[in-house]
Design a protein around this ligand. Structure first.
Ligand code: F3S
Length: 444
């Protein structure tokens, strides 16, 4: 969500006033408990949350993407009391354990901490892996679709332009807003838990058309073409515009789903970008004028060769060229990306000193299996993993000190979270590092 004091601080001027939200009769009935204790708790949370934000009302949502199936060690105790207790505490902030009914809104599980099949490779204790499987049964039976990925838009959850959503996960949020033209703020476990049970979310921030207009004009003065270029551009812009809304002009070639996935994830890592426009590409900006919609241009940002180099150097914190671990698939890989990795590995073997993990949604893993891509990767010595990633699970191959990745987001977070050092480069650089055990990538 936008940071206080950021360029969007003018949103919802009633934040100070804390006026009560206007509720419909249906919402009042849920709050009063006439539709059960779970919905009463959910509405109580949404009213407290909405009023703290200064929202005047709630808006209907039928698309929720949240984190329900928690399987961290800290949840062990709670899970012993049952999954109603887990949902009550973690997804409704409720001291009262309520019986969880079937979800009202279409709801999906985002990424989790554990690969249900390859948890041993991750180094996850068996009891936690079992806890996650039991959790899946419970939450699945309540209508939470187990997509288990940070890219639900790659596996069937594709909201349409203007649709009000309640999504977590910064890389998914920026994709939802900017690329699909649907509307969401960056929600949390609790607000998505409440939204799933009520079909409501506070109407503020990016739900409001006026808050979706551009703030920064970006002059892209170098060619931005491949996935690595788009990651670098996103990483640079996130640092510069913070929670602003960049409008990209200049030499960015026609992007694809994969490139925009990496661009948004990078911009939402170094900064708080939740929305951007590329005139003639993204759906709310047929022109630069429409992207700004009458907004004042708060700053113009030039992205040239020097800025590209700054982003690259900021992402590459490693000095040791020996690579222990190569991580590909942040955000989770598309099937085309899995194919590219498989083709680069064909007939080759990964270094005995290096591990390669390739992450993709489980639904795409099934396609990779059927196409023979998984076999090509595993025959080279790599693993194809689903449901999780190292930044979320905090699990990497034992003893990892140096990681290589094609993801600006993973290169940003893994050193901060785990203390490893990172190399960032193209997928070709990373596959070569997996084969040789050494980093030889660089900026072209
Ligand atoms: Fe997804 Fe994990 Fe990256 S949640 S965006 S693979 S840090």
């Amino acid at each position: 969500m936008a940071k206080p004091g950021g360029v969007n601080a003018g949103w919802n001027s009633r934040i100070e006033g804390n006026a009560p939200m206007k509720l419909t009769d249906h919402e009042k009935a849920m709050l009063d408990g006439t539709q059960g204790r779970a919905k009463a708790r959910a509405m109580d949370l949404l009213v407290r949350y909405g009023e703290a934000l200064g929202a005047e009302r709630l808006v209907e949502t039928n698309n929720v993407a949240g984190a329900f199936n928690a399987s961290t060690p800290s949840v062990r105790e709670l899970a012993r009391k049952g999954f109603d207790a887990v949902y009550s505490e973690l997804n409704l902030d409720s001291p009262e354990v309520v019986e969880v009914p079937h979800m009202v809104a279409n709801t999906c599980q985002l990424i989790t901490g554990i690969d249900n099949e390859q948890w041993r490779v991750q180094g996850i204790p068996e009891d936690l892996a079992e806890q996650q499987k039991q959790g899946e049964k419970f939450f699945g039976s309540r209508g939470i679709n187990m997509l288990a990925t940070c890219t639900p838009y790659q596996v069937g959850n594709v909201p349409v332009k203007g649709e009000h959503c309640a999504w977590m996960e910064s890389s998914a949020v920026v994709y939802c807003n900017a690329v699909l033209g649907a509307r969401t703020n960056t929600e949390g476990k609790e607000s998505t838990g409440a939204a799933a049970l009520t079909g409501r979310i506070p109407y503020w921030g990016y739900h409001i058309a006026d808050n979706r207009r551009g703030t920064h004009l970006v002059d892209v003065a170098v060619d931005v073409d491949d996935v690595m270029d788009w990651g670098l551009l996103g990483y640079y812009l996130g640092e510069v515009v913070d929670d602003g809304i960049p409008v990209l002009t200049g030499r960015c070639r026609q992007p694809s789903l994969i490139k925009l996935k990496h661009f948004g994830a990078a911009a939402a890592s170094s900064g708080g970008v939740e929305m951007y426009h590329i005139p003639d590409v993204t759906p709310e900006a047929r022109s630069v004028e429409e992207a700004f919609g009458g907004n004042r241009v708060s700053a113009t940002v030039r992205y040239g060769e020097a800025e590209r180099r700054i982003a690259y150097e900021n992402l590459n914190c490693a000095t040791d060229r020996g690579v222990d671990f190569v991580m590909l698939g942040c955000p989770h890989n598309s099937i085309d990306q899995v194919w590219l990795i498989a083709s680069l590995l064909e007939g080759r073997k990964i270094s005995p000193n290096t591990q390669l993990w390739v992450h993709t949604p489980r639904a795409l893993r099934e396609v990779a299996d059927r196409n023979g891509y998984t076999k090509m990767i595993t025959e080279a010595g790599g693993f194809v993993m689903s449901d999780t990633c190292p930044a979320i699970s905090r699990h990497m191959p034992k003893g990892t000190k140096v990681v290589a990745t094609d993801s600006a987001k993973q290169a940003h977070y893994l050193p901060a979270i785990t203390g490893v050092s990172a190399w960032f480069g193209s997928v070709t650089d990373c596959v070569e590092a997996a084969i040789t055990g050494r980093w030889s990538g660089g900026l072209q």
